[in-house]
Design a protein around this ligand. Structure first.
Ligand code: SAM
Length: 260
């Protein structure tokens, strides 16, 4: 355990900000509450569509909070994250007694559906062909991705025919959406939430079928009353009870299917 933690601190990985934040990630109540709301939205959408996915891919799993919540409902979750530090924390959690045994953690910046870090399709298939999934989930990740079209193409390539994506993130509902992040945590934020109409059009254009992008829930979050109120790096930009103000943020569920 001590050496694993040292490894997290020492790792440089491809994602400096999230490597740095990995050890304190699970100490944030908002992270768990948001993942719980995402899991409820995903499970309720699956129920309404009468879908029972077996093989699930989570892209940008962080320390695996959403994967843990989805795992009891499916055969296996392949949980990938670009930040080695996040995956190291997930591995520590998975090694504890009582943890799910059907989550496979993978440290990779996933940009290619045939990336060799993904599990192989099955033993009978050629080495180069990677596993395809019934469901892809991704939570609070899209707003960090520079090229949404590119990641959606990757997701489409990771789906089985007839498989679907359920991507959750906060909505870009206007200029106030910028307040989701404190000033000290703007590094790696590519957009202040997801614009529902633009996302819907993009998913159609990339080739997803039966697309729907809708606000599914709202969450209250403590935000800065003025830029920099929550401090800088040492405090990790986290709100203290007595600072900031509470603001409500809508969350979208972006749904699309790969054609049969
Ligand atoms: C804001 S964190 C969210 C983590 C987690 N989903 C949660 O809600 O706790 C975004 C994560 O997405 C990861 N990420 C972004 N793009 C990625 C990609 N293409 N492949 C894998 N991970 C990615 C980052 O490394 C980071 O850990």
């Amino acid at each position: 355990m001590a050496s694993a933690v040292a490894n997290i601190r020492a790792t440089s990985g491809g994602n400096a900000r999230f490597n740095k934040e990995a050890l304190s990630w699970d100490a944030r109540p908002f992270v768990y509450e948001a993942s719980q709301a995402a899991a409820e939205a995903v499970l309720s959408k699956l129920k309404s569509l009468d879908r029972q996915p077996k093989q699930v891919l989570e892209i940008g799993c962080g320390t695996g909070t959403l994967s843990f919540l989805i795992a009891p409902h499916v055969d296996r979750v392949v949980a990938v994250d670009a930040a080695d530090g996040m995956i190291e924390v997930l591995k520590i959690k998975l090694a504890k007694s009582g943890a799910p045994t059907n989550i496979l953690p993978v440290a990779v910046l996933l940009e290619d559906p045939e990336d060799g870090s993904l599990p192989g399709a099955d033993s009978g298939k050629p080495e180069s062909q990677r596993q395809k999934f019934d469901l892809i989930i991704s939570h609070l990740v899209l707003h960090h991705i520079p090229d949404l079209g590119s990641v959606l193409r990757t997701m489409l390539g990771c789906l089985k025919p007839g498989g679907c994506v359920m991507l959750t993130d906060f909505e870009d509902f206007g200029p106030e959406a910028k307040r989701f992040h404190p000033a000290s945590k703007m590094a790696g934020v590519e957009r202040h939430g997801i614009d529902a109409a633009a996302m819907s059009k993009l998913m159609h254009d990339i080739g997803f079928k039966h697309v729907s992008v809708q606000a599914e829930w709202t969450m209250r979050k403590r935000v800065e009353s003025f830029d920099g109120e929550f401090g800088g790096d040492d405090g990790l930009g986290m709100a203290k009870q007595e600072t900031g103000e509470s603001m409500s943020f809508p969350f979208l569920l972006c749904y699309g299917e790969r054609a049969d």
